[in-house]
Design a protein around this ligand. Structure first.
Ligand code: B1M
Length: 210
């Protein structure tokens, strides 16, 4: 088994320390950070996504794998920046104003990171102004909103309208999701894409920004 396969395997088991020590071993042996990222960490997260789609694993397994991914990235991130390896694109994500649910949003953020995108996570209770400011400041191309409450889902429209009012709507792809949200709703309020879960959100992103 190659070192990359070993990294992919321990990532899927959520073994953070093992992921870190295998990455260090790889770097010591001369492997490039980008190769470790693509062939080890991202491969592992991709397999996690496939297993989730098939119903072979559930939220806790995805969360521990994503934590291991985060542990690995702590080592690789600065090297990748120094090597000038660019993220595929930048996404700003948050749970909309009035809503404090963040488990699903965190999963979406993790899967998007796992797919190679830079993700700016604004947390929960995020206002339209905060979405706009972060999107502009970070030169993002995608804005993702999560809403879990029927009382906060109309805020997705508030955010879309705020982008429109600032003349910025066409600059960004707007995605949304969360338990009460539907494809029809996202279209109705002027967004671009809906995803039912974190894997679909990352897959959709990969289709939009290659
Ligand atoms: Co809340 N809560 N909650 N809650 N809570 C729900 C959502 C609820 C359905 C429970 C119920 O009554 N059956 C209900 C909403 C009812 C409604 O609006 N129709 C509800 C309520 C009412 C409330 C309070 C109002 C309760 C109260 O205080 N009276 C309150 C509101 C607080 C607030 O936000 N202002 C409240 C509070 C809380 C806790 C703080 C206790 C806790 C949140 C902890 C946290 O997130 N850190 C909590 C929880 C845990 C839940 C349930 C049980 C679980 C939500 C969850 O994490 N699911 C939930 C009931 C349920 O859903 N079964 C419930 C797991 C998660 C992985 O799934 O979030 O759906 P989900 O995310 C998925 C997809 O939706 C999608 O991908 C994710 C991963 O696959 N997705 C996106 C999500 N965001 C996306 C964004 C995208 C794409 C896909 O962008 C592109």
């Amino acid at each position: 088994m190659t070192l990359y396969d070993q990294i992919s395997n321990v990532l899927q088991k959520g073994e953070v320390q093992e992921v870190k020590s295998l990455i260090k071993k790889g770097l010591d042996e001369g492997a490039k950070a980008e190769e470790i990222l693509n062939n080890g960490l991202l491969k592992g997260m991709n397999e996690i996504g496939e297993k989730w789609k098939k119903g072979e694993i559930f939220v806790p397994e995805v969360l521990i794998a994503a934590q291991a991914m985060g542990g690995g990235m702590e080592i690789l991130e600065q090297i990748l920046i120094n090597d000038n390896v660019k993220a595929k694109g930048t996404v700003v994500i948050g749970t909309v104003k009035g809503d404090l649910h963040d488990i699903g949003k965190n999963l979406v953020a993790m899967m998007m990171k796992g797919a190679g995108y830079k993700v700016i996570d604004l947390g929960v209770d995020v206002s339209a102004e905060q979405f706009i400011e972060a999107a502009e400041k970070n030169q993002a191309s995608v804005v993702c909103m999560s809403s879990l409450l029927t009382t906060t889902m109309p805020y997705i429209k508030t955010v879309v309208d705020a982008f429109k009012n600032k003349g910025l709507r066409d600059k960004y792809i707007i995605m949304a999701g969360g338990a009460p949200i539907t494809e029809e709703y996202v279209k109705e309020v002027g967004g671009d894409f809906y995803s039912k879960d974190a894997v679909e959100a990352a897959d959709k992103l990969a289709e939009i920004i290659k």
